[in-house]
Design a protein around this ligand. Structure first.
Ligand code: HEC
Length: 471
């Protein structure tokens, strides 16, 4: 059985189990006379909701399984995969924008509240103008005396961003593990083992983060230490993953790890703390403040994760980052720069200005630009001449299966990136991109599926340096 069938099978079994457990819980809670507090009712409601989702997913994946069996080995397989990729990526960006947008907005609100001359029960307020209207917002110190009937929550953006992200990881990197996940030049992992390493890296990292985020380590004076430990841990994970994985997959896994920490913070910490506040208010008791404090720290962490994660999400368009031999250092430099800029921005909104952070962050980015600069091989100009007739067969053999009007690859069935190498003129037209992808960053052929050798790369490099002539 292939990796796709195995994964779909596991998902369906998990969903069926999940649905059974949810059903049981709902039943238990409904019958148990002790479990009738606001909190229990809310829990039972959530379980019944979750159960519905599990049933829907089990149905969806079972149908997908049969469709997969039907199209497997036909051109429709790759075609449907591409469309799934497109639709889920689209959704992922939409949810992600909604989540990060709301999160930036509330951080801005908190940082910019007018805290003077406000009613006793308020922490602050803020006037704003947007979309042709004036808005006046008030933040309460604790819960309001009377809970409003309609209270808006911000959580599904986070959950759906995580879910669509996980689906993308599976469709792009796990279903095509051979071309996108594992690095055939360095390790001889099977796709299944590669997928297991990927998933465990996310789970282990989440556990590590959860253990590290204890009240002791989160105390204000230990913040720099917390940051340092987290940074070193993530750098080590990135390094280890880059040994096993295609560099692009190593990058994206780091994004998935941080994204999982962010969504986990919302799910396991921030929302439960808010629920506790609502229940306490409804039951007329004091809320458990430690939960609220924990939630505050976690959303503070999320704030700093955003810019590095967003960089990683767009990094796969930039082979000179992940394709560089120092790719982990580049990732570290850009992540630090991103977190630094976010730090400056937060302080600035609060009216504190630590301007030095900006030149430091910019220098980090400039060093990344400098490290990724291509080596100049002027010496090749005078080397033994390489003619087009030498490199044409190489390109045909190593690239055309995916880059042709009629590709012959089993997975990539349209010309990838719109790039075709059918005629000599096309090869000349794309010489700079060929230099970038096949020589400098070695990110092509994808997963080196066509087994291009270094000798062939050298020949093409010399040909391009000698002017990419057609004779
Ligand atoms: C196994 C399939 C496969 C082979 C073989 C392959 N490529 Fe690609 N190529 C891809 C895919 C997939 C993409 C799009 C994803 C990306 O840009 O990383 C791509 C994108 C590109 C791009 C970037 C297009 C853009 O959007 O700017 C270039 C340039 C390129 N390939 C060059 C080459 C060269 C040169 C070779 C041969 C040495 C080669 N490819 C062999 C699959 C392949």
């Amino acid at each position: 059985m292939g990796i796709v069938e195995t994964m779909i099978g596991i998902i369906v079994i998990l969903c069926v189990f999940g649905s059974i457990i949810c059903k049981r819980l709902v039943k238990q809670y409904a019958q148990d006379p002790i479990r009738q507090t606001e909190k229990d009712k809310d829990f039972a409601l959530n379980m019944s909701f979750l159960g519905k989702w599990f049933r829907f997913l089990a149905f969806f994946f079972t149908v997908s399984y049969f469709i997969y069996i039907k199209v497997q080995g036909t051109p429709w397989q790759a075609h449907l995969q591409e469309w799934m990729d497109l639709i889920i990526r689209w959704l992922h960006i939409i949810f992600g924008i909604a989540w990060i947008g709301a999160s930036f907005y509330f951080v801005f609100l908190e940082n910019s509240l007018n805290r003077s001359n406000v009613r006793d029960e308020l922490q602050g307020n803020l006037w704003a103008i947007h979309g042709g209207g004036f808005y006046f917002l008030e933040k309460y110190k604790g819960a309001p005396n009377k809970m409003p009937k309609h209270l808006h929550w911000f959580k599904y953006e986070a959950y759906f961003t995580w879910l669509t992200g996980t689906c993308l990881l599976i469709i792009v990197y796990y279903f095509n593990a051979e071309s996108f996940l594992i690095n055939p030049e360095i390790t001889h992992l099977t796709p299944v083992l590669g997928v297991m390493i990927g998933i465990s890296s996310i789970l282990i990292s989440y556990a590590f983060y959860e253990l590290l985020s204890n009240p002791k380590m989160l105390a204000v004076e230990r913040r720099p230490l917390f940051f340092l430990v987290m940074f070193i841990y993530l750098a080590i994970v990135a390094y280890v993953l880059s040994i096993f994985f295609n560099p692009r997959a190593a990058y994206i896994h780091l994004g998935a790890i941080m994204g999982t920490m962010m969504a986990g913070n919302v799910f396991f910490c921030i929302i439960p703390a808010q629920k506790e506040m609502v229940f306490a208010a409804k039951e007329g008791r004091e809320p458990d403040v430690s939960l609220g404090q924990k939630a505050g720290w976690r959303s503070y962490h999320n704030n700093y994760f955003t810019l590095p994660v967003l960089f990683i999400m767009i990094s796969n368009h930039f082979p000179s980052t992940f394709g560089n031999e120092h790719n982990i250092i580049i990732l570290a430099l850009l992540s630090l720069a991103g977190a630094g800029i976010k730090h400056f921005h937060n302080q600035w909104e609060r009216g504190e200005t630590n301007y030095w952070i900006i030149p430091v962050s910019i220098s980090l980015i400039i060093s990344a630009i400098y490290i990724t600069a291509p080596l100049s091989r002027e010496d090749l100009i005078n080397a033994e001449k390489v003619s087009f007739s030498t490199i044409f067969p190489i390109v045909q053999k190593r690239c055309q299966s995916c880059h042709s009007k009629i590709p012959t690859d089993d997975v990539f069935i349209v010309a990838q990136g719109g790039v075709m190498f059918d005629t000599p003129e096309q090869i000349v037209q794309y010489k700079d991109q060929i230099m970038n992808r096949a020589i400098i960053t070695k990110t092509m052929p994808q997963g080196n599926k066509t087994r291009m050798t270094q000798k062939e790369r050298d020949l093409i490099e010399t040909w391009i340096m000698q002017g990419a002539k057609l004779d």
